[in-house]
Design a protein around this ligand. Structure first.
Ligand SMILES: Cc1cc2nc3c(=O)[nH]c(=O)nc-3n(C[C@H](O)[C@H](O)[C@H](O)COP(=O)(O)OP(=O)(O)OC[C@H]3O[C@@H](n4cnc5c(N)ncnc54)[C@H](O)[C@@H]3O)c2cc1C
Length: 488
């Protein structure tokens, strides 16, 4: 076990991509499962708080400790098995998503959940139920997790395979490796119909594995993860189209979404079926203009992708062009990837807006003020109008982009100083309350972490939050794991 105690050696573990800062006494870096178990057991006996660290790309301060120790999963980084016959991989939690994707690509396979940031660990993505652009077609990480090996706070283990352990109505019983029975009375609450990464996933008769996915390091530590994988599509159409009016871009997304759902529901061949539908507003394009010289002077853009094969590719491209023109996209500006390298370039364009916002926040020594709210599709236009009106009235700089195929909005405020940051925080809460009013979620993919606990109370109310805490106590009676995440 590597143990770091010198403050200069542990600085990197005291923050994440949100720029939230914390403190701890030591960082433990287990090199195998036994060392992980020992570190947890010792901490539990001494009632020392433990924060589990993935790669630190999280945007909510979830892996940032407030005290106690950090256990980093960075050396638990083996890809144990890639099985292309039965379409699965088994990995340790510290495997980088980027590394897994490379290894799979070599074998003509891929793993669809695609948080824009690929330098995260698989363990981190399961703990936050990460999702991304391709979630529009494939769903979030949850849909791909088949099995989990979980080490509890006292070092005991739970092994869960999807489809094997279910709640009976609102009663869920789990048996640990040592034979301990953990019996839970599940609270009742309505999860939003949107993508969601806010609080514990709980439903009557639920599969037990789903409780742990998205639990943000509060219930246990994933030590082994089995994921579904799928064959790489033969071709991927990838385009960025531009519009003179943001509403035209939204109309394009709305229509492309409707057609995509129809294609899937009716199992149609050779029709439009987007993998991703990503929106950029006027401010986002301006913000990116310095990085991308060829960016046309337009007021909105949409990046989309679709799987294809050599037989239907041309026909699909024609259909996409018609849809762009029908919605007043500008024909002369369309960016269209022919080669895989060009396709990666377009993906990079989408990535750039996220990392440039983060760079801005770090340079201004502020914390990130980026919404992760999603609303039901039927509310997408209303919510967009609300956001625009709110931001135009407050005079704060901002960029609005996101996974609008899923009606999921990343509105990032760009405050210039602490005063503007405080104003931004007020507006942020107003936005979350509006999303809740529209039956949406306060976090669709980044999780709650330490920065969004108030919004989770706004979403579910204090009684439900207390019931979530009771669930945590059943797995972690000494209350040492991930303290401060999801609820305080
Ligand atoms: C530029 C940028 C773009 C991003 N875009 C997206 C996006 O599109 N979609 C998206 O979902 N996210 C996005 N993110 C956020 C981030 O990449 C994801 O949340 C990612 O899943 C975090 O993984 P990580 O390994 O960095 O986890 P960390 O930040 O290290 O940790 C996150 C949480 O996971 C817990 N954890 C980590 N490993 C384990 C484990 N083995 N067992 C139990 N708990 C564990 C931690 O305790 C913490 O609570 C983005 C981030 C950046 C910087």
């Amino acid at each position: 076990m590597i143990i770091k105690t010198k403050q200069d050696e542990i600085q990197n573990y005291l923050t994440d991509a949100s720029n939230y800062k914390g403190y701890c006494e030591a960082v433990f870096i287990p090199q195998n499962k036994d060392e992980l178990i020992k570190a947890l057991k010792d901490a539990n006996e001494q009632k020392t708080k433990v924060t589990i660290a993935g790669a630190g790309t999280g945007l909510t301060g979830a892996r940032v400790p407030d005290s106690g120790i950090v256990i980093s999963t960075e050396k638990l980084n083996q890809i144990i098995e890639i099985n292309t016959t039965e379409h699965y991989v088994i990995v340790e939690p510290g495997v980088y998503l980027s590394h897994l994707l490379e290894e799979l690509k070599r074998k003509n396979f891929f793993y669809p959940p695609d948080p824009t940031e690929k330098n995260c660990f698989i363990g981190g993505t399961v703990a936050t139920n990460a999702s991304g652009a391709k979630t529009f077609k494939y769903g979030a990480t949850r849909n791909f997790v088949e099995e989990l090996e979980i080490i509890l706070a006292d070092g005991d283990e739970i092994y869960l395979k999807r489809g094997e352990v279910f709640a009976e109505d609102d009663n869920l019983t789990l048996i640990t490796k040592s034979g301990r029975n953990i019996s839970l009375k599940l609270p009742y609450y309505n999860l939003p119909v949107t993508k969601n990464a806010s609080g514990y996933f709980i439903k009557p008769n639920m599969d037990a594995i789903d409780l742990f996915i998205g639990s943000e390091g509060t219930l246990g530590v994933f030590s082994k993860i089995k994921l579904k994988i799928i064959p790489l599509p033969k071709r991927i159409i990838s385009m960025v189209c531009f519009f003179n009016d943001e509403i035209d871009a939204l109309n394009f997304i709305d229509e492309a979404r409707r057609i995509s759902f129809q294609t899937r529901n009716e199992n149609l061949k050779d029709d439009l079926d987007a993998l991703a539908l990503e929106f950029f507003d006027r401010n986002s394009l301006k913000f990116l203009a310095k990085e991308f010289n060829a960016l046309p002077n337009r007021n909105a853009a949409v990046w989309f992708e679709q799987e294809a094969d050599f037989n239907n590719e041309d026909k699909l491209i024609e259909k996409w062009f018609s849809l762009i023109l029908k919605n007043k996209g500008t024909e002369e500006d369309v960016w269209f990837a022919v080669t895989e390298k060009e396709r990666m370039g377009l993906e990079e364009f989408r990535h750039a807006i996220s990392w440039k916002v983060n760079e801005y926040i770090v340079n201004h020594r502020l914390k990130k003020l980026g919404t992760d709210v999603a609303v039901p599709d039927s509310e997408m236009f209303n919510f967009y109008n609300f956001l625009k009106e709110t931001m135009e009235n407050c005079q704060l700089n901002y960029v609005l982009y996101g996974h609008l195929g899923n009606s999921h909005f990343h509105l990032n405020m760009l405050p210039q100083d602490e005063n503007e940051y405080s104003l931004g925080k007020e507006i942020y809460r107003k936005i979350c309350l509006k999303a809740i009013e529209m039956k949406g979620t306060v976090s669709a993919e980044h999780g709650i972490g330490k920065l969004k606990t108030q919004y989770l109370i706004d979403m579910f109310g204090p009684e439900i939050i207390n019931q979530m805490k009771e669930i945590k106590k059943q797995f972690d009676p000494n209350y040492i794991l991930g303290v401060g995440n999801i609820f305080v």
